[in-house]
Design a protein around this ligand. Structure first.
Ligand SMILES: *Cc1c(COP(=O)(O)O)cnc(C)c1O
Length: 218
């Protein structure tokens, strides 16, 4: 699907749910895509991209950040504490703050460097043992702890279980964000981004619908 068509669908979903146009951002998820495909989307003027791995992003984005003005890079994959400094240096927004140890690391790095990228707290809405994220019952306390450490928390992020109705997870995430006074919701991927926008997503993460199927697992 073309980038223009996806943007039209997002605009239509915004209109259907009486949202102002442009309130849902499109993050083009470029993990493991061939550089030529990414460059084609950069040349169409798109500036918001998402990557899953620090090391992979370090290999391609510094050069593109130099040659294309206004690139905003989002980290969408799990982050090891020993990569936190590298993530802080390269990424503009982090979507996967998911545990106290990582929060403590960023609080320390923020003191040391005087900067900290804005972050989403990842919530494991499906309570899946193999999946990263704070459990729903722990979200309020975790957000409060992060705020007490002066971490810039933008909102909440989730990846619903593959075999469940995503609407339930999107609604749950929206409720948790609202009760914590958080405005941004990172939810919705290629298969369900329009639904996510109708349920309040401010940041949809769309990969294969823009770039085509990935040949390796990201
Ligand atoms: C890969 C990935 C996406 C994009 O997935 P598509 O189905 O290709 O749109 C979105 N969010 C996260 C966290 C991902 O890892």
């Amino acid at each position: 699907m073309s980038l223009a068509e996806i943007k039209e669908r997002i605009a239509a979903a915004e209109a259907q749910s009486n949202r102002a146009s442009g309130t849902a951002r499109l993050i083009a998820v470029s993990k493991v895509q061939p550089p030529a495909r990414i460059e084609a989307v950069l040349q169409q003027g798109h500036r918001i991209y998402g990557e899953n791995r620090v090391q992979e992003a370090q290999g391609k984005w510094p050069a593109w950040k130099d040659s294309y003005e206004g690139v905003e890079l989002h980290l969408l994959g799990p982050l090891q504490t020993n990569k936190a400094r590298a993530a802080l240096e390269l990424f503009d927004v982090l979507h996967t703050l998911d545990r106290p140890k990582l929060a403590n690391t960023f609080a320390r790095l923020a003191q040391e460097t005087g900067t900290c990228p804005p972050m989403f707290v990842q919530v494991n809405t499906g309570e899946e043992p193999q999946k990263a994220g704070v459990l729903p019952a722990d979200v309020d306390a975790f957000v409060a702890d992060c705020r007490a450490m002066d971490l810039p928390i933008l909102g909440l992020m989730c990846i619903p279980p593959v075999d469940e109705e995503p609407a339930l997870h999107f609604s749950l995430l929206a409720k948790m964000a609202e009760r914590n006074g958080l405005e941004r919701l990172s939810m919705g991927m290629s298969a369900d981004y329009e639904l996510a926008v109708r349920l309040g997503a401010t940041d949809v993460r769309v990969g294969s619908a823009i770039f085509g199927a990935r040949t390796t697992i990201g």
